[in-house]
Design a protein. Structure first.
Length: 260
């Protein structure tokens, strides 16, 4: 049966591949992005986050079946905090009421294997406390040196988002309302976000040291799109609060037995 999906980040990479896949499957997709989308919003801006909810409500007649929150930035700048954490959480929380009438409501967001990389504990705490001005100020400090502290910003946003999913998935408003809330954690996926990091053999070797992917190496966006589509489908009735690593094995190599 055709369902209505909201996909953020739909103009590029993983979000685009997901929107295309869902449309090929016969579903109705409301694409959201900074440009080239049904709804154009800047997810770093609180007013745009509100407009997103209003415009999705208008376009969908107030009823959607799934939220697929993909939009993200991987730059060592404060805006990464705005879109990857606050934008993603606002998308999921803001659109959640529109799932209420669906026979099979679903929600999924994109974290990253970078959640396993070193992060800034102060920033992670500010994110989870919902303190956006505080988190942006901390990110500004970290961004002063892009190569060292700035590089902690991205992993911090993804670790905080993964924890947010874990903390919220079993709550009455999600599991209690019959909505599976989960995340995916991709390894290196070849998209415009990573294109400049994999141009030379030296770059690829260095990246695989940071993100070991013994199973089939770097992946294409469609690989993650298929998982997102399943997590947001009617078939997913019982995954709750999982962060599913789709990373060619980097979680296994880096954490080994640590999670068990
Ligand atoms: N590519 C990878 O290797 C990889 C790995 C792990 C996680 N991820 C995550 O996957 C998601 C998608 O990444 P991608 O590789 O497809 O990147 P991408 O750059 O191809 O696409 C990201 C999309 O998000 C949109 N976006 C960025 N800032 C926005 C904002 N302020 N408001 C609205 N939209 C905004 C961009 O316009 C773009 O269309 C991100 O959350 C990223 O962190 C990517």
């Amino acid at each position: 049966m055709a369902r209505t999906y909201v996909v953020t980040g739909s103009a590029s990479g993983i979000g685009r591949a997901t929107a295309e896949l869902l449309r090929e499957q016969g579903h109705h997709v409301i694409g959201v992005d900074l440009h080239d989308a049904d709804i154009t919003v800047d997810l770093t801006a609180p007013t745009d986050r509100e407009r997103l909810v209003a415009e999705v409500a208008e376009r969908s007649g107030g009823a959607i079946d799934a939220i697929v929150a993909v939009a993200g930035l991987a730059l060592p700048i404060p805006a990464t905090v705005g879109v990857n954490y606050f934008g993603m959480v606002a998308t999921l929380e803001g659109l959640r009421p529109l799932l209420a009438g669906s026979p099979a409501p679903r929600a999924v967001g994109v974290a990253s294997m970078a959640s396993l990389h070193p992060n800034d504990a102060e920033l992670v705490d500010l994110l989870l406390a919902g303190d956006e001005p505080g988190a942006l100020a901390r990110a500004e400090v970290l961004a002063a040196d892009p190569e060292t502290t700035g590089a902690l910003i991205y992993g911090s946003t993804k670790a905080a988002f993964a924890r947010w999913v874990r903390r919220n998935a079993a709550r009455p408003e999600w599991a209690g309302a019959g909505i599976p809330l989960n995340a995916v954690a991709p390894g290196v996926i070849i998209t415009p976000m990573t294109a400049a990091m994999v141009e030379t053999a030296e770059q690829r070797t260095a990246l695989l040291e940071l993100v070991p992917m013994p199973l089939n190496g770097f992946a294409e966006a469609i690989t993650v799109a298929r998982l997102l589509a399943w997590l947001a489908s009617e078939e997913n009735t019982h995954l709750c609060g999982q962060v599913v690593f789709i990373d060619g094995g980097s979680d296994v190599v880096i954490r080994g037995d640590a999670t068990w």
